[in-house]
Design a protein around this ligand. Structure first.
Ligand SMILES: [Zn+2]
Length: 558
């Protein structure tokens, strides 16, 4: 049956007055059929027969109930009744019906034409009912959310596959014997100062697959794994709505000592990596450049003759690695972008935009005025936090030693058969408590480190802004590092497109709409009334035109 071309006819007479001036069941039905013929539709009849309307609800009207459930199911799109009284005389019941008709977009035909909204009372009722139903929905959503949070609080794992090393049993994280063995392997190798690259080869050599059944682990996924606190029995879930951080527990699979040694080592390595990276090949733009054709992040290639150093889309190299896999993607952005030419053009464009941007000036003024006041207090805070951090580190060391000596003591007692089962139970409780205490200290340490890091970022920015204000004109003298720092603060990304053999199009996307913004005085004749800065655009387009290629071609042509 084609529901969009079927007229559903509902007929009913009230038992109190069987014949209502020519509106018997048959008459109502005939009128409905005539309407369907007029529309060129099929018809389908719901006949309630004679029913008392004194108790007008859905219970004593089975045909109406059936009709409504099919409206709910979205089957019925066209409905005929002799007049709206047939559906209900009761305001409340009628309101429910109208709400359903509206929600399912049903056209209602009556003998007086297509039915439209009637009395204000009807509309009011309808309004209230739809309010109630949407309130009901949001209550349900909130209940679901709270239920979910409660389950998280009880350390139930919600959504997504469990972290590597664990499996789900009754929706809780439980160590996976095979995988946890390899988690330990990764950590142990790492603290032995084996390069991540070699750990990766080790996994490959032992046939250890990733969760996604890949034989090859990415370096990133190994490094990421080294930061998972799940392995020491604790993880945190943040409720986006309230910002509440929920602490969850699971069974640890590596020792706290191993985890700490790894994270200390990781810190040293990453700071060294940054330094080395800066010394070897410094790329001003590589972090921002994105291929406009395929979305890859750009790579850089440095030559001893720097005029031949280039940025390029690494898609081809990636394809070589990912041949025959779903990551294989073609890219037509295959022309090199000369580094010296591009760096200069982009930097000059950025300076041009910033020098002309009213918003940037406002921002800098604002940040200096507002932040200056707190600058000193921020520096004091950093010092304070750093001192607490030192104390915390000492506490952690002491607790670890305590755990070591206590464990040893218990082991000796056990070996000499001085302990019975209940004593052993008590001993492991003691060890657990010490571990729990250490975990608390560790999470405090994590918070403190983050606070310090954030504060340092702010202080650094204020320093930079003040410096910038002093030498506004000298911006062009900035070192590459300074240029990079400024850009990372204000630029979101730069999309690169190949236009033709000599030309690239670059679209710089700023974090804020600095481009061509305007300053408007509230009253041009009275500047004391202040001004507003209206938004410009976030993007700036420019072309990188490789003149050298052009010239040599010209020469050949001559
Ligand atoms: Zn590409």
């Amino acid at each position: 049956m084609d529901y969009s071309k079927t007229l559903f006819i509902y007929t009913r007479v009230s038992t109190t007055s069987q014949e209502e001036g020519g509106t018997s069941l048959d008459t109502q039905k005939d009128l409905g059929i005539r309407k369907s013929q007029e529309l060129g539709f099929d018809y389908f009849l719901f006949n309630e027969g004679g029913q008392s309307s004194s108790h007008d609800d859905f219970n004593n009207r089975p045909a109406l109930a059936k009709l409504l459930s099919r409206i709910d199911g979205g089957e019925i799109k066209h409905l005929f009744v002799y007049n709206t009284d047939r559906l209900s005389r009761n305001k409340m019941t009628w309101g429910v019906i109208r709400l359903k008709l509206l929600q399912q977009n049903v056209t209602l035909y009556t003998t007086s034409g297509i039915y439209n909204s009637t009395s204000p009372t009807d509309d009011l009722l309808l309004g209230i009912l739809s309010e109630i139903s949407s309130y009901d929905n949001s209550l349900r959503t909130e209940r679901t959310r709270l239920g979910k949070l409660n389950r998280i609080r009880q350390s139930y794992w919600l959504g997504g596959p469990p972290v590597y090393g664990y499996k789900l049993v009754d929706k809780k994280l439980v160590p996976d014997e095979y995988e946890s063995k390899w988690v330990n392997y990764i950590f142990e190798q790492f603290v032995e100062k084996i390069p991540v690259r070699e750990i990766k080869m080790g996994l490959l050599g032992n046939g250890v697959q990733t969760r996604r059944k890949n034989d090859v682990w990415s370096l990133g996924s190994i490094e990421k794994l080294l930061t998972n606190t799940h392995f020491i029995g604790v993880y945190y879930v943040t409720d986006r709505k309230s910002g509440e951080i929920i602490k969850c527990e699971c069974e640890p699979i590596i020792s706290l000592d191993l985890f700490n040694r790894a994270s200390d080592l990781k810190k040293i390595r990453s700071s060294r990596k940054v330094r080395e990276g800066n010394q070897k090949h410094f790329y001003l733009l590589r972090d921002f450049l994105i291929c406009g054709h395929c979305g890859s992040r750009f790579s850089g290639k440095t030559q001893s003759d720097t005029s031949r150093s280039v940025y390029y889309c690494p898609r081809k190299e990636k394809n070589y690695v990912n041949e025959h896999s779903k990551h294989h993607k073609d890219c037509t952005n295959n022309r090199y972008l000369k580094i010296n030419l591009t760096d200069d053009l982009v930097w000059n464009t950025v300076i041009d935009v910033l020098t002309n941007s009213k918003q940037f000036k406002e921002q800098i003024k604002g940040e200096v005025l507002v932040e200056r006041r707190s600058y000193q207090s921020q520096k004091t805070d950093i010092e304070k936090h750093s001192n607490s951090l030192k104390k915390l580190d000492k506490d952690i060391r002491d607790s670890l030693n305590l755990k070591k000596s206590t464990t040893l003591q218990f082991d000796v007692l056990k070996l000499q058969n001085f302990t019975d089962e209940s004593q052993e139970h008590e001993n492991s409780r003691i060890i657990y408590n010490i571990e729990e205490y250490i975990r608390k200290l560790e999470s405090k340490k994590y918070d403190l480190n983050k606070k310090i890091h954030d504060l340092e970022g702010q202080v650094e920015w204020i320093d930079w802004v003040s410096e910038f204000r002093k030498n506004l004109k000298k911006l062009s003298d900035s070192t590459d590092e300074e240029k990079h720092y400024l850009m990372s603060r204000i630029i979101e990304s730069i999309n690169v497109f190949t236009v033709d053999k000599k030309t690239h199009k670059l679209i710089i996307e700023f974090k804020l709409p600095y481009v061509n913004d305007e300053l408007t005085w509230n009253s041009p004749s009275n500047k004391t009334l202040g001004y507003v800065v209206s938004n410009g655009m976030k993007t700036k387009e420019l072309e990188v035109f490789d003149e050298k290629k052009y010239q040599s071609k010209q020469l050949v042509a001559k």
